[in-house]
Design a protein around this ligand. Structure first.
Ligand code: 5GP
Length: 207
């Protein structure tokens, strides 16, 4: 059967922390053959269950400053007091393998990428209510009470960015499996955009 090839793009998941974007990204990666994870750089110390090179590339402030200076970051932002950034090289590598790159980044970073001439699909993920977000953050047990307070305050700020009308899709993460399926459906629909499919006529005529 003829293969209609589509060009690859970035999939940017945005949500307040506790919104579920990391779990959704992980599940989407597990069930997709053509999507890879963009491993970010961060100056935040690793959590007990995180592995360097898999969850993040953990770097010192000096190393991060060096990456910035060498223009190795596609976007970068300070989140909860630490620096985070997306590696240009990593993204280039994923796209060159004809895969999509999924990015788990904050709103500021997403906006920087939107401003660039890069093909990116942005999906805002929200828990159904702020109460449910608070319960999820408390249950996660990875952060102290103070950190949770900061994250809830940041969530309010992040929601304000919705008014900019810059993001493409909203997925409500009420039921996890449904949210994953919705993200997959969005990716499928985006792959079928005629503007992303190469040489349709040639492929049709067997070229
Ligand atoms: P955490 O420290 O909980 O893993 O992540 C904190 C926040 O930083 C999350 O909103 C996460 O999406 C965001 N983040 C992770 N990597 C990057 C990145 O490379 N760039 C930006 N702008 N944000 C990131």
């Amino acid at each position: 059967m003829a293969i209609y090839k589509n060009s690859n793009f970035l999939i940017i998941l945005i949500s307040p922390s506790g919104g579920g974007k990391s779990s959704i990204a992980n599940r989407v990666l597990e069930i997709s053959e053509n999507i890879d994870y963009s491993v970010s750089y961060t100056t935040r110390p690793p959590r007990w269950n995180e592995i360097d090179g898999r969850d993040y590339n953990f770097v010192s402030e000096t190393e991060f400053a060096q990456l910035l200076k060498q223009d190795q970051l596609l976007e970068h932002a300070q989140v909860h007091g630490y620096n985070y950034g997306t590696s240009r090289k990593y993204i280039k590598n994923i796209l060159s393998q004809e895969h999509h790159a999924i990015l788990d980044i904050d709103v500021q970073g997403a906006l920087q990428i939107i401003e660039k001439d890069i093909d990116a699909v942005t999906i805002f993920i929200l828990p159904p209510t702020v109460k449910i977000l608070e319960d999820r953050l408390n249950k996660r047990k990875t952060d102290s009470k103070e950190v949770i307070e900061i994250r809830l305050k940041n969530a309010r700020n992040e929601l304000d960015y919705l008014d900019l009308d810059k993001f493409h899709y909203l997925v409500i993460n009420d039921n996890f499996d449904d949210a994953v399926q919705e993200v997959k459906l969005i990716i499928s629909a985006e792959e079928k955009k005629i503007s992303r499919i190469k040489n349709i006529k040639n492929t049709f005529y067997g070229g």
